[in-house]
Design a protein. Structure first.
Length: 169
C-alpha cells in the first residue's frame, strides 16, 4: 500500500480488526520509508457501479461522495457514527445488487429513506439539497410530512438498513 505522506510503495500492517459489523476490515499501517502511520479500510465490492446523472452523464460511483453527503446532513446530530456507516454500507450493497448502472435518483431516494428512519432533522437537511429547495415553503411542506410520521428512532434503533425486498427505499 502506497504511503499517503511520502508515496513510498511499501507499508507494514501493524493491526487488523473487523469494523462496520464485519462488513469491512480496518488495517493500521506504518510506512517503511518515513515511518508515518495511517489507516486503510478493506470492503467487499460486488461490482463497479456507474452513476447516471440527471443530465445523462455517467461517472463512477464514489462511496466517499455518499459519505460526505450523509455526513453533512447528520452534522451536529446525536447519531452514532457506526449507525451512519451501516446506512452507507447498506445503501452501497443494495445499489450493487441493482446492476452495473444506477441513477442519481435511486441513490438520493435510498439516502432520504434511510435518513428518515434514523433522524428527521438529517432527513430534512438532505432533502433540502437533494430536492433543491428554493423557498421557505419547501421546508414547511417536507416538515409537515415528517411531522405526520412516527418519530425517528434516533441513534439507538436498527432501522438504518435499506429494505431487502428488491426495491430501493
Amino acid at each position: 500500500m502506497r504511503c499517503p505522506f511520502c508515496a513510498h510503495e511499501d507499508s507494514q500492517v501493524k493491526d487488523s480488526r473487523p469494523s462496520e459489523d464485519g462488513a469491512a476490515i480496518r488495517r493500521r499501517r506504518q510506512c517503511e520509508g518515513c515511518g508515518a502511520r495511517f489507516t486503510t479500510f478493506e470492503r467487499v465490492q460486488l461490482r463497479d457501479l456507474t452513476v447516471v446523472k440527471k443530465d445523462g452523464k455517467r461517472e463512477p460511483f464514489d462511496r466517499a461522495k455518499l459519505e460526505r453527503a450523509i455526513g453533512h446532513a447528520c452534522r451536529k446530530r446525536d447519531i452514532d457514527q457506526a449507525r451512519i456507516e451501516r446506512l452507507i454500507s447498506g445503501i452501497q450493497r443494495q445499489l450493487e445488487t441493482r446492476g452495473d448502472e444506477v441513477t442519481a435518483d435511486m441513490i438520493g431516494q435510498a439516502v432520504m429513506d434511510g435518513l428518515n428512519a434514523i433522524d428527521h432533522v438529517a432527513y430534512i437537511r438532505f432533502a433540502s439539497v437533494y430536492k433543491d429547495f428554493t423557498e421557505p415553503g419547501d421546508f414547511a411542506a417536507i416538515a409537515g410530512k415528517v411531522g405526520e410520521q412516527p418519530a425517528a428512532e434516533g441513534s439507538k434503533g436498527d432501522n438504518d438498513k435499506p429494505a431487502d425486498d428488491g426495491k430501493l427505499l
